[in-house]
Design a protein around this ligand. Structure first.
Ligand code: PLP
Length: 445
């Protein structure tokens, strides 16, 4: 095996940024190839992708059907400005109508989850004028630009404060492992959801509420079964728009096309990205219910981008949906998800440093703790200061073992490509099993 040339690495480090991070000490692995659920570095070392990168490479790597669809579009029409109607835009819309939650029938196409949320907020405010306030949760991530970072509740928002968008009102999340209201489910009566009604009434000019149906990067927080239907009901009763941010939870990740299907609820607006193209090309989608679409018949839809509805990005959508269907991805995810969940629960039994394991479908978090009081190994303050937590160090060691797992300050996010099989799951779980011994040594109590 030949030595990895340092040239590419040096150029990348010298001339580009590692995002959300101090630059010092960055040691990027140079990836050159990927297939199935594995990617390979310059030396040919193989890594299991146990998190679909940032929970986005839903079909794994090298799917021929998706690649051909994109290539065919490139041969035919590479770009046309969005005021024209490329045929691929009709094909993508038809495919979306088959899978979107009931009622979502009008689409705005962008190139990221961030942009999908920016559009959702701007349109919510135009539609609900003069109401403008948006409710969002503390443990949330909605993107990195002006509105979306302001909606974001986690530490990533702190970097831009006080320059955040006015009109965001914060509400608590259903994080039962560390309840923000210090209550216990089910005795809590879902106080975190009921409180939203009070907030809306006190704030008065509320236009909408944005929620990740299952919180993603902030630790795969699966709400109690009553929570989402209750939030939906409260939004409806108070006549505010309910925006489901399904950037991470959409496209089969939870064993349904979209997470809102888990509770049979219909959002007014749904934002998504990542799995919509299985990440072969950049795409963001903001889906609206009919009434919102109709409002803009006589009112200016004051939004848009040069790369909006890009034909090459749109070409991925019908191909990806066909592949999800051909591979029976929803039932595969349910079966593999049960298996993965069972195996992760075994690790919880075996390792005292595992405080909580939670998830649904192929979307799981394992939260590590350092004592019997469930004290985390690291928190938002550490991330804000650019500190390396124990979980960061363990994730690095997993990479050395050939397993990539995306992590937060005190949790791993285990969300492999939806095409994963049992043997591949075992490989990832076994690597986690070994590495958790190191966390156990740090456990006091
Ligand atoms: N919303 C959620 C729930 C996300 O998880 C993310 C990214 O991880 C975003 C929005 C932002 O998407 P993007 O990184 O494509 O801009």
């Amino acid at each position: 095996m030949k030595e990895e040339s340092s040239d590419d690495k040096e150029i990348i480090k010298e001339y580009t940024f590692k995002t959300w991070s101090k630059q010092k000490g960055w040691d990027p692995i140079i990836v050159t190839y990927a297939k199935g659920v594995y990617f390979y570095d310059k030396n040919g070392k193989k890594y299991l992708d146990f998190s679909s990168q940032f929970v986005n490479v839903n079909l794994g790597y090298g799917n021929e059907k998706v690649i051909s669809s994109i290539k065919e579009q490139l041969d035919k029409l590479q770009y046309i400005n969005p005021s024209f109607g490329a045929d691929v835009r009709a094909r993508a819309s038809r495919s979306l109508l088959k899978v979107m939650p009931k009622g979502i029938t009008k689409f705005f196409f962008s190139t990221s989850g961030t942009e999908a949320n920016e559009a959702a907020i701007k349109i919510t405010r135009l539609y609900k004028k003069p109401n403008y306030k948006i409710l969002a949760r503390y443990r949330s991530y909605h993107g990195s630009t002006e509105s979306s970072i302001s909606l974001t509740g986690d530490y990533r928002r702190w970097f831009v404060e006080p320059h955040t968008m006015p009109g965001v009102v914060r509400i608590p999340e259903p994080y039962c492992f560390r309840c923000p209201l210090k209550l216990k489910y089910p005795d809590c009566g879902i106080a975190c959801a009921n409180y939203v009604d009070y907030v809306i009434k006190q704030e008065k000019h509320v236009a909408g509420i944005i929620i990740e149906p299952i919180t993603g990067t902030n630790g795969v927080i699966v709400p109690p079964k009553e929570y989402m239907p209750l939030i939906r009901k409260i939004a409806k009763e108070n006549d505010i728009l309910f925006i489901a941010d399904e950037v991470m939870t959409g496209w089969g990740r939870v064993g349904e096309w979209f997470a809102v299907n888990l509770w049979n609820i219909e959002p007014d607006i749904l934002t998504t990205a990542k799995g919509a193209s299985a990440s072969y090309v950049p795409i963001g989608i903001t889906g609206f219910k009919k009434e919102i679409g109709e409002y803009f018949e006589e009112n200016v839809f004051a939004h848009g981008h040069t790369f909006e509805a890009h034909p090459v990005s749109l070409a991925a959508i019908p191909a990806v949906i066909e592949e999800y269907e051909r591979l029976n991805i929803l039932s595969h995810v349910r079966i593999m998800g049960d298996y993965l969940g069972k195996r992760l629960m075994e690790l919880k039994e075996r390792h005292k440093s595992v405080g909580d394991v939670r998830g649904v479908g192929l979307f799981w978090a394992m939260e590590l703790v350092k004592d019997n009081n469930n004290t985390p190994f690291g928190g938002y303050e550490d991330k804000y200061d650019g500190k390396i937590t124990l979980v960061d160090t363990l994730a690095k060691k997993l990479m050395e073992k050939g397993v990539y797992v995306y992590n937060g300050p005190s949790w791993f996010i285990i969300a492999p490509p939806l095409v994963i099989n049992k043997e591949e799951i075992d490989q990832g779980v076994n690597a986690l099993d070994e590495i958790l011994n190191e966390a156990d040594k740090e456990f006091a109590g």
